[in-house]
Design a protein around this ligand. Structure first.
Ligand code: ZN
Length: 414
């Protein structure tokens, strides 16, 4: 059991009915001769009076809910007047001990909050408050020195496409450390500016790389605030745009073919996923169907080919050769008569320098970090229709992806 200087365990009582353990109560008393401390300045002070007994939930012992009982003293501090004494196991007005909050918060990383509440016989709200306390402590104590690469992205959550259904996320994507640094509601210049401000000018001015999508509002803010950093376009975003273009070609062609004949339209049926995957990963029956499609003169086949060829871009080591390749690819796409592919080509051309920065930053930033972290965020947002409010969602995200330091506790049960 944890020891608190200046306090003693007076009595442990098991309460229950018909031989069944209901709960355990641990009565705590002040250690005779040791004065209470002022909760403002932590200095010992003469006693003033005693408040009524309070209860704090402690870590369950042998699976039985356990409570601390204690009547706090008030002390008369020379500086702060009559105040409640410092109670080492208590955090503000919460009826839960710090040890229990840490215990619940650690389990809440492995189980859902609902499951954590069920297993340890407490409420969802209590788990939420515990994780919140844990995360706030971690945010206040985390180190932000040495962050050199930042990834910025947007995440959709919940149902619907309202502005509130998007989050702006800021990651650290250094090769040595990948974590969530900040999350804010909505995706706008304003959101990103707020995020960078909260991370502080020291961090922003120390950045060497910033990685994002080709989305103007983000690019603009990053250029204005971290002008010294190399702006890099993330490979995964480019792939996303490319895939969307192939899919647009397929859908348009599918509609066109259906108008002509059902038999023609069959060739594009159920092809969506094969077309979006990397060619080398399509196998078996899907492969036969894909090969048949490629042998045809369909627009979808040509779009797919353009997408596959572009994958070579990322293999270059030299910026110059990568630039040459990009030029060739864009010219070819512009001649393709496929409007969605032409649109991608125009977009890539407009961002050529940023694209080539990917090769300049190679090895310095963690490749695929943004995509990986996005996927982890989706696991949390999906698991959690319990998180109806942004605040709960935010806490859960920092808790699982923030790599936050943890409050020290003599109790580590997991
Ligand atoms: Zn004081």
């Amino acid at each position: 059991m944890q020891r608190f200087v200046g306090f003693v365990y007076e009595e442990v009582q098991m309460h229950g009915t018909q031989g069944q353990a209901g709960f355990i109560e641990i009565r705590i008393a002040p250690h005779g001769g040791i004065r209470g401390r002022c909760s403002q300045c932590q200095q010992p002070a003469p006693g003033y009076d005693r408040l009524p007994e309070r209860r704090w939930q402690f870590v369950p012992l042998w699976g039985i809910p356990t409570w601390y009982r204690y009547a706090p003293r008030r002390v008369k501090c020379g500086e702060h007047g009559v105040v409640v004494e410092q109670i080492p196991w208590s955090e503000g007005k919460r009826p839960v001990t710090g040890a229990m909050m840490g215990f619940l918060a650690r389990w809440a990383r492995r189980l859902s909050w609902r499951e954590t509440a069920q297993v340890f016989q407490t409420s969802w709200e209590s788990v939420y408050r515990s994780v919140e306390w844990f995360v706030r402590w971690g945010l206040a104590h985390r180190q932000l020195q040495g962050v050199e690469a930042l990834g910025v992205d947007e995440i959709h959550w919940g149902h619907g496409l309202r502005a509130d259904n998007f989050l702006t996320v800021i990651y650290q994507i250094d090769a040595s450390c990948r974590r969530l640094l900040w999350v804010g509601q909505r995706r706008s210049e304003k959101t990103l500016r707020r995020g960078l401000k909260e991370l502080g000018p020291e961090l922003v001015q120390g950045l060497r790389f910033v990685c994002s999508d080709m989305w103007k509002p983000y690019l603009k803010v990053l250029a204005a605030q971290a002008g010294q950093a190399l702006q890099v376009l993330d490979r995964f975003h480019i792939t996303l745009h490319m895939n969307q273009a192939v899919d647009q070609v397929r859908r348009a062609e599918s509609t066109r073919l259906r108008a002509q004949s059902q038999q023609q339209a069959q060739r594009l049926k159920h092809m969506r996923w094969s077309l979006l995957r990397r060619g080398s990963r399509v196998r078996g029956q899907a492969r036969n169907k894909l090969d048949a499609l490629l042998a045809s003169k369909l627009a979808t086949a040509r779009a797919w080919e353009l997408k596959e060829i572009f994958a070579h871009f990322w293999k270059y080591k030299s910026v110059t050769w990568a630039g040459e390749f990009l030029d060739c690819w864009c010219s070819r796409a512009m001649r393709s008569r496929l409007e969605p592919m032409k649109k991608v080509a125009r977009m890539l051309r407009a961002h050529e320098e940023l694209l080539l920065n990917w090769f300049r930053a190679k090895g310095e930033i963690s490749n695929g970090a943004v995509e990986g972290l996005n996927n982890k965020i989706r696991v949390v947002t999906r698991r959690s229709y319990g998180f109806r409010t942004f605040n709960a969602m935010e806490i859960a995200l920092y808790h699982t992806l923030g790599r936050l330091p943890e409050p020290e506790s003599t109790h580590r049960f997991c």
